[in-house]
Design a protein around this ligand. Structure first.
Ligand code: TXA
Ligand code: MG
Length: 349
């Protein structure tokens, strides 16, 4: 299949291209588009054949449901009911990196919800995405625009790398602002539960809903034994080709430990990627060192995480060592993705 690629800026939208891509979505095609979290691979969420093509293009397991993207607050048609708490969350955080899970109505096909009786819905905070959804005239099912298992793309070049020839259209915009996928909140039971941490943090959600909690299965190594409620959280994910190890502890000791490990790997003739921070960058004499940004600016760390994993793959390192981050605020989502990339290989010191 020939993929059409059109680049544009969020503040200078090429409406002709957006209309063309909207038409493609409406008629059952696949369109990659930018969002504020990561790039999405979209299809008409109400068209089961179109949705099936998403799973094929990504090589995605069939039991992993898709998020439905909308451009306004009128979601009544897609769900059985909109509870009060969901309304409050939508009003506060939409458009934005928050997906809300509700009981689905019958017009959402099983392919979209992967057979579940619920559906995840979100309104992205990106002008190109919103214009595209509007032009398509349909709700747009969209997982991240990567081959299943690889780190999500935050730059259009990565979507081209993974999906060129497998989709009809790629719309390129700016680098994704958030850099991690949306926070997923299950509102199908009385007390909402965070199934996937993201840019809307636990602390922010608690301001609207005091009781909200994080699904214990997404937090730790024990999650290998617990069954996560978001099917997608059970897969090895966000993973570069090289194995990742996280070194977790006091920063000074972390640096010592990483340098010691790097030396051992180099002795074994291995090439080592090291993910560090601006504050520690100069403390590492050897290795392929990449800073994720300043520890004081976790937004930047989140923004750079997936791209850095992909960049280290490009450099063909044999192993990746990473510093860790405090599991607070955005640090929860950062550590969740890092741990999954590392298959929970965390060295505590
Ligand atoms: O930021 C995002 O959410 C991006 C952009 C493109 O919008 N999309 C995204 O989609 O990350 P995806 O498919 O890569 O991740 C969807 C996650 C999976 O972990 C999936 O299991 C969970 O949301 N999910 C979707 N629908 C669900 C449902 N009905 N119940 C439980 N979990 C659900
Ligand atoms: Mg994904």
């Amino acid at each position: 299949m020939k993929t059409k690629l059109v680049l544009m800026e969020e503040d200078n939208i090429d409406m002709e291209a957006v209309k063309e891509a909207g038409q493609i979505l409406q008629s059952g095609g696949l369109v990659v588009f930018p969002t504020e979290t990561v790039y999405g691979l979209g299809a008409n969420a109400l068209d089961s054949a179109a949705v099936t093509r998403i799973f094929e293009a990504k090589g995605r397991p069939q039991d992993n449901p898709l998020i439905v993207h909308v451009a306004d607050y009128h979601i009544e048609e897609y769900v059985k009911e909109v509870p009060e708490i969901a309304l409050k969350l939508m009003e506060k955080f939409w458009p934005g990196p928050l997906t809300i899970i509700l009981k689905k109505s019958d017009i959402i096909p099983d392919e979209t919800s992967a057979g579940l009786d619920s559906v995840g819905i979100r309104m992205p905070n990106n002008k190109i995405a919103l214009a595209l959804i509007q032009e398509s005239g349909v709700p747009v099912a969209a997982p991240s625009a990567n081959i299943s298992g690889r780190p999500s793309p935050t730059e259009v070049s990565r979507c081209v790398e993974d999906l060129d020839g497998k989709v009809d259209y790629i719309i390129g915009g700016n680098k994704s602002r958030v850099g991690l996928e949306s926070t997923v909140v299950d509102c199908t039971s009385d007390i909402p539960c965070i199934l996937r941490p993201g840019g809307i943090t636990l602390e922010m959600l608690r301001e609207i809903c005091e009781d909200i909690y994080i699904d214990p299965a997404v937090m730790d190594k024990s999650s290998k034994d617990l069954k996560p409620k978001a099917p997608g959280m059970k897969y090895r994910h966000y993973a570069p080709k090289a194995p990742v190890k996280i070194i977790d502890g006091d920063l000074k000791k972390t640096i010592e430990k990483i340098n010691e490990m790097v030396q051992n790997y180099i002795d074994e003739k291995k090439r080592v990627g090291i993910m560090v921070t601006d504050e520690t960058f100069d403390a590492y004499p050897v290795g392929d060192i990449v800073s994720l940004g300043s520890r004081k600016m976790l937004e930047t760390v989140a923004q750079n995480l997936f791209e850095t994993l992909r960049e280290l793959d490009d450099r063909q390192v044999d192993i990746i060592l990473s510093e860790s981050f405090e599991e607070k605020g955005l640090g929860i989502a950062i550590m969740n993705r890092l741990k999954k990339a590392a298959s929970f290989d965390v060295i505590k010191i």
